[in-house]
Design a protein around this ligand. Structure first.
Ligand code: GBH
Length: 440
């Protein structure tokens, strides 16, 4: 048996959500239309035609959800601000009612001793900006910085995240098209990538210019990439994969340059390089105060560069259960990108959950997943990784994008008919971890 793993007494335990996945109330209080409203309303895009129109109804139930968080002993809550609630068309004067919602939420957190961590962009771009080119249009990065400044001024939040998973926007929004805006075009995808990173850098600069003492960084989904066999071809493929998955995002932000090998590969597919202006990389590499790390799955590739599944999977097919990957990501960040404080902003598992007759939700698979990953994180910390906080994805079952409501990532079960919340066994287990500061 393993001995208990104790975490530092100042380690921060939290949970994460995103606006479109939980809020609902998509037409209330002056909220504008986002690309996800448009995309999810388009037949054939999302499983079962699900949309975020009601979701977990958090917009109306946030007070109950705050009490739920307090009951679990959460010390941090990561949420996202819906840009179209703040600027319904993506620019211009702020919508007071939108700001008021997040101010009430933040005040409720602070009253309960829970630290707010706010994400500026978790994929719900105002549709009007999309109509003007979205992230392919450089102007969107400027609009993003203006929006960020409005929110920085309005909300008493210390820790901020700029863009959630630019890689997923590039891959799913613009390459395979399974997310909004549903583009399938590599040429356009990597132009959007550059402007997403530029938006990140511009917003980061605004925070630093006007709000000393606050902290900001991106939230990157990192995928440790391994060769599936020992062949030189597989080794080379894993190196290439690492470029596309990790270095393409980490290097510009933390080293001020795009990785040469990945850039050369992109140049064969996209005019991205023509959109990189003098000074852009200085903006993109504005020093960050924290790095949001999101880890779900490793990627093993064979000599042909094809992904090979080498580990058990749960409900979501893309997610191989491999706790060691979290250790490897954290140790690699320390080795290759040393210095920046790390915050785990997402880590979790989808399972098929339903309450038993006695009302209990027995999600042992999720407990095992979290247990393994927290152990791996603890080991990486012992090896010097600077991890200061962990957020489980997700607080609540929610709208899992293209998978609609079919995949439940919550530690709290949501009945979408009654909107009843039931903490799963994993939530009760997590509460004990937080309380004791150790895992056994
Ligand atoms: C994160 O995405 C998101 O930040 C969060 O909103 C989401 O709910 C959570 O994780 C769980 O998924 O195109 O074959 O890769 C993780 C990245 C991108 C993984 C879309 C699943 C779909 C299958 N996700 N991907 S594939």
């Amino acid at each position: 048996m393993n001995s208990p793993a104790r975490f530092p007494s100042d380690f921060v335990w939290g949970a994460a959500t995103a606006a479109y996945q939980i809020e609902g109330a998509t037409r209330e209080d002056g909220r504008g239309v986002s690309v996800w409203d448009t995309f999810s309303a388009t037949p054939g895009t999302v499983r079962d035609g699900d949309t975020g129109e009601t979701a977990a109804d958090h917009y109306h139930r946030y007070a109950e959800d705050l009490d739920l968080m307090a009951g679990l002993g959460l010390q941090s809550y990561r949420f996202s601000v819906a840009w179209p609630r703040i600027q319904p068309t993506g620019s211009g004067a702020p919508n007071q009612k939108g700001l008021d919602f997040y101010r009430r939420l933040v005040e409720g957190l602070v009253e309960r001793g829970i630290r707010p961590m706010a994400t500026l962009f978790h994929w719900d771009l105002p549709q009007e900006l999309q109509d003007r080119g979205g992230w392919e249009n450089r102007d969107t990065a400027e609009r993003f910085a203006d929006y960020a400044e409005i929110v920085f001024d309005a909300l008493p939040v210390r820790d901020w995240l700029t863009v959630n998973e630019p890689k997923t926007v590039v891959d799913c929004g613009y390459r395979n098209g399974i997310h909004a805006p549903g583009v399938r075009d590599d040429a356009r995808a990597f132009v959007a990538l550059h402007h997403l990173l530029l938006g990140h850098g511009l917003a980061t600069r605004r925070l630093h210019a006007g709000h000393p003492g606050r902290r900001i960084g991106p939230a990157l989904n990192l995928h440790p990439s391994y060769p599936a066999d020992e062949s030189p071809e597989a080794l080379a493929a894993a190196r290439h994969q690492d470029g596309l998955e990790n270095r393409l995002y980490l290097d510009p932000i933390l080293k001020g340059r795009y990785p040469e090998d990945t850039l050369a590969w992109i140049a064969e597919r996209s005019p991205m390089a023509e959109h990189i202006r003098e000074g852009d990389l200085a903006v993109i590499s504005e020093p960050i105060d924290l790095l949001g790390v999101q880890y779900y799955t490793p990627i093993f590739v064979d000599g042909a560069g094809e992904r090979v599944i080498t580990n058990p999977r749960a409900q979501a097919e893309w997610l191989e259960i491999y706790p060691e990957g979290l250790h490897d990501v954290l140790v690699r960040l320390r080795r290759d990108y040393d210095g920046v404080p790390l915050v785990i902003t997402e880590n979790g598992l989808a399972t098929v959950d339903a309450p038993d007759a006695d009302g209990r939700v027995r999600d042992d698979e999720r407990i095992a997943y979290l247990h393994g990953h927290l152990r791996a994180m603890h080991r990486a910390m012992a090896e010097g990784a600077r991890v200061e906080a962990y957020h489980v994805w997700s607080l609540l079952d929610n709208y899992e994008w293209a998978e609609g409501y079919s995949q439940r990532f919550g530690i709290v079960h949501v009945d979408y008919t009654t909107q009843r919340r039931t903490p799963k066994d994993s939530a009760l287990w997590y509460r004990d971890v937080i309380e004791s500061g150790e895992i056994r």
